[in-house]
Ligand binder design. Structure first.
Ligand SMILES: [Mg+2]
Length: 268
């Protein structure tokens, strides 16, 4: 059965602005197995589902959403049940980790750096010393170097998870384990959640280096939609695997998938 993994930021919306054709596309694929996957660990699946509903995407349930924070918590709990952690990041990261482990700034097994607010000089010192003196393992929710944000129509570039973990890696000379796209862990957890195999899946994303490269590496088909940072007319980065579909909008992708017979019979 055809299964869709869908990135959200740059595919469904920019900030509070819903992208043209996005609601129609999601309604169109709703009979298919699908999951929204995001590298952004700042909001919990519950908060994201509420946001999607508020934007007119219906229905959207928390269990249809997988964030890098959830994938991080799951990965850590499999690695070490009842793990202790020191986390720096937004509310969604703390909520996900609290369900699986115990916060412990003195004896943490893992120092988890998430994209989003929370990093200051004291947190940097605590995290670095847990790694160096207590042998805590450094974990990064996602490798994005920077990410786009829109606030009342104003575009801002924010530091991504990769930029926030960098000072810890530099100061400790340790490489973090990274959970989000393009690493395979988030994709593997999505497959597990959906009980799907990679060849069933089409990953729809706006970033060649994370969404497309990562999904292709685990054996999924990929669709690039040029509504995020990667725009129509931008040349494909040299050396990166090309997507199976490359479209300017979700409406164009729907048409292409329709012509390919993929949207016809629920992919059965
Ligand atoms: Mg995106």
């Amino acid at each position: 059965m055809t299964t869709f993994l869908i990135d959200m930021d740059g595919i469904l919306y920019h900030g509070e602005h819903v992208l043209p054709g996005a609601r129609e596309f999601i309604a169109r694929i709703s009979p298919f197995r699908h999951l929204f996957v995001t590298n952004n660990p700042v909001l919990s699946p519950g908060a994201i589902a509420e946001r999607l509903s508020g934007m007119g995407f219906n229905p959207s349930f928390p269990e249809q959403i997988l964030t890098s924070a959830d994938a991080t918590a799951l990965w850590l709990s499999r690695r070490m049940p009842d793990f202790r952690y020191y986390a720096i990041g937004g509310k969604g990261l703390h909520e996900a980790l609290e369900k699986a482990g115990k916060p412990d700034a003195l004896e943490a097994d893992f120092v988890v750096i998430g994209e989003g607010p929370g990093l200051d000089y004291d947190a940097l010192i605590t995290g670095i010393n847990l790694v160096l003196s207590k042998g805590a393992q450094l974990i990064s929710t996602n490798p994005d170097v920077n990410v786009d944000s829109w606030n009342n129509g104003t575009h801002l570039v924010l530091p991504g998870g990769g930029a926030l973990v960098a000072p810890f890696e530099l100061a400790t000379a340790k490489k973090a384990v990274t959970i989000g796209k393009p690493e395979p862990l988030l994709f593997e957890m999505a497959l597990e959640r959906l009980n799907a195999s990679p060849e069933d899946c089409i990953m729809i994303g706006d970033r060649p280096d994370t969404d497309i490269v990562g999904a292709a590496a685990v054996g999924m088909r990929t669709a690039l939609v040029r509504t995020g940072r990667f725009r129509p007319g931008t040349r494909w980065p040299a050396g990166l695997k090309q997507p199976d579909w490359d479209e300017d909008s979700l409406s164009d992708l729907a048409m292409t998938l329709q012509e390919a017979g993929i949207l016809d019979s629920h992919g059965q």
